[in-house]
Design a protein around this ligand. Structure first.
Ligand SMILES: C[S@@+](CC[C@H](N)C(=O)[O-])C[C@H]1O[C@@H](n2cnc3c(N)ncnc32)[C@H](O)[C@@H]1O
Length: 250
């Protein structure tokens, strides 16, 4: 079925207005998370629809969290399944929805080639072996299907998450500073639930792929005119908030 689907089915505009809108929503992430995550979920579904017709496909959202993305993808007709390692995260919006699996992205409990679209947003930097998770995502994607991986870049402005910008001085130091200042650990603990993942590591992994063709590597939130930054070593690490890697399974 997937082979018949046309890639780039819709136009998708990564203009400056979109980047500004997402940034404004991000500023409410702590106080009104629903505003940010709904905006991000809608934007993600729009972006995915650029690669594949979402209507009727089976998708797996690895590290889907509380479920903001579920509605956005179901609204477009996808059969949405989610996997997450943390029951607390999954129940963040109340009851855990059906079609949810508890497990690890680094060892997906699914057969090879079982989904049309394997998607992950902001999860790779939270697992101890990110590229193993990426391999697993490619493995469970059907031939012709799409794997979409998006992660927060360590040397980007939000690399340290709530410990930013102190992560620029080292993740352990940033974690200690946060603990001293707030009297408790950050939610994302460097070395335990937050790991440094770079743009270069993503590009190297993409280049090594033999089971999938790399369709795009791009900075998720940047406007299109700034995509060239991904090609400039050092600058790309600092200017990329989040890197997207899109692959088509062979
Ligand atoms: C920052 S949240 C991202 C949630 C959602 N995907 C988004 O973009 O808003 C990271 C999620 O990854 C999940 N996670 C962490 N380690 C994981 C693992 N090994 N396998 C699957 N999910 C994991 C967390 O429980 C959490 O829900």
């Amino acid at each position: 079925m997937f082979r018949d689907r046309q890639l780039r089915t819709t136009r998708w505009t990564a203009d400056l207005r979109r980047s500004v809108t997402l940034f404004q929503a991000f500023r409410k992430e702590q106080t009104e998370p629903a505003v940010f995550y709904q905006a991000l979920a809608t934007d993600s579904a729009d972006q995915l629809a650029h690669y594949v017709d979402l209507d009727g496909l089976t998708m797996l959202d690895v590290g889907g969290g509380p479920g903001y993305f579920r509605n956005a993808f179901q609204d477009r007709g996808s059969r949405y399944f989610s996997l997450d390692a943390d029951v607390g995260e999954l129940s963040g919006l109340g009851e855990i929805a059906s079609g949810t699996v508890i497990g690890s992205g680094m060892q997906l409990p699914f057969a090879d080639g079982s989904v049309d679209l394997c998607y992950s947003s902001n999860v790779l930097e939270h697992v101890s072996d990110p590229w193993r998770m990426a391999e697993e995502m490619v493995r469970v994607t059907k031939p012709g299907g799409i794997t979409f991986i998006s992660y927060t870049v360590w040397y980007g402005p939000w690399g340290g998450h709530e410990t930013a910008p102190w992560h620029f001085l080292g993740g352990s130091r940033a974690r200690r500073r946060y603990r001293r200042k707030h009297g408790h650990e950050p939610k994302n603990k460097y070395g335990e639930s937050l790991f440094p993942v770079t743009v270069k590591a993503g590009l190297d992994w993409a280049q090594r792929q033999t089971d999938a063709e790399v369709l795009d590597v791009l900075p998720r939130y940047n406007p299109r005119f700034a995509y060239w930054l991904t090609r400039v070593p050092v600058v790309r690490e600092l200017a990329t908030w989040n890197l997207v890697i899109v692959l088509q399974r062979r």
